[in-house]
Design a protein around this ligand. Structure first.
Ligand code: Z5A
Ligand code: MG
Length: 211
């Protein structure tokens, strides 16, 4: 673990709009922390490898159609099926760098028009992150980046609504980082945020999302 004192690992989540750089930064942060000798794993949601994840993946690539509430609950179930493993990893001293989490779940479904309270309800009881890093990029800027447009939700107007809902979810665990800066600059900022978080939460108890 971070300080070598046998404390728990940190739950660090990266959030942001499509193409804000989450996956790139998760990979960079993971290799930095591994290089420091921290026990670290990279996770992502949706986890497309589980049976629920396969249903989500088919939906996202427009191979299947699902009712808005049904897909919302599947995204949530996909986090619930990983909750106990997540808890045991953290208690065992492993830091988790997680690419998207419950905030994506709520922001995307609320952007479709579902009630925000209804969207939050199935997330209650999942583990609360120690740190949420929000990579802030204008939707128009993000759309200019590679690979945009292939999947469901990858439209600028929709992404703008998602951004508004993300904004309403910000709490004391959030740090907003300007994701339009060069990758290396963003990476530097994330390293510092993550290192501080890891050392600060070693003796803190794990809590659940308060929603
Ligand atoms: N979703 C949901 O509805 N409910 C839920 O509960 C959850 C998710 C968990 C799939 O997610 C969809 O599921 C997503 C939300 C919804 N739909 N949308 N929209 P996903 O995580 O699988 O999506 P993805 O395919 O990995 O794309 P992404 O996450 O949106 O991209 P990213 O990870 O943020 O960006 P990236 O892949 O690191 O970078 C994108 C490109 O930009 C790439 O060419 C980079 O080289 C470039 N890039 C990155 N950073 C920079 C900087 N700083 N400067 C310039 N260029 C950069
Ligand atoms: Mg990604």
């Amino acid at each position: 673990n971070g300080g070598g004192k046998g404390g728990r690992g940190a739950l660090i989540v990266l959030e942001g709009l499509d193409r804000s750089g989450k996956s790139s930064q998760c990979a960079r942060l993971l290799s930095f922390l591994e290089g420091k000798g921290c026990a670290t794993e990279g996770w992502r949601f949706p986890d497309r490898d589980t049976s629920v994840g396969k249903m989500i993946s088919a939906y996202l690539s427009n191979e299947s159609q699902l009712d808005d509430r049904t897909i919302h609950l599947l995204f949530s179930a996909n986090r619930w099926e990983k909750r106990s493993l997540m808890e045991s990893k953290l208690l065992g001293g492993t830091t988790l760098i997680v690419d998207r989490y419950s905030y994506s779940g709520v922001a995307f479904s609320a952007a479709k028009g579902l009630d925000i309270g209804w969207c939050k309800a199935p997330e209650v009881g999942l583990l609360a992150p120690d740190l949420v890093i929000y990579l802030d990029v204008q939707p128009e800027k993000a759309a200019e980046r590679g690979g945009y447009g292939g999947e469901r939700y990858e439209r600028v107007e929709f992404q703008k609504r998602v951004a508004e809902h993300y904004y309403s979810l910000r709490d004391s665990t959030w740090k907003v980082v300007d994701g339009s800066l060069p990758m290396e600059t963003v990476e530097e900022q994330l390293r510092e945020l993550a290192m501080n978080c890891i050392s600060e939460c070693q003796d803190k108890q794990l809590t659940n999302l308060p929603w």
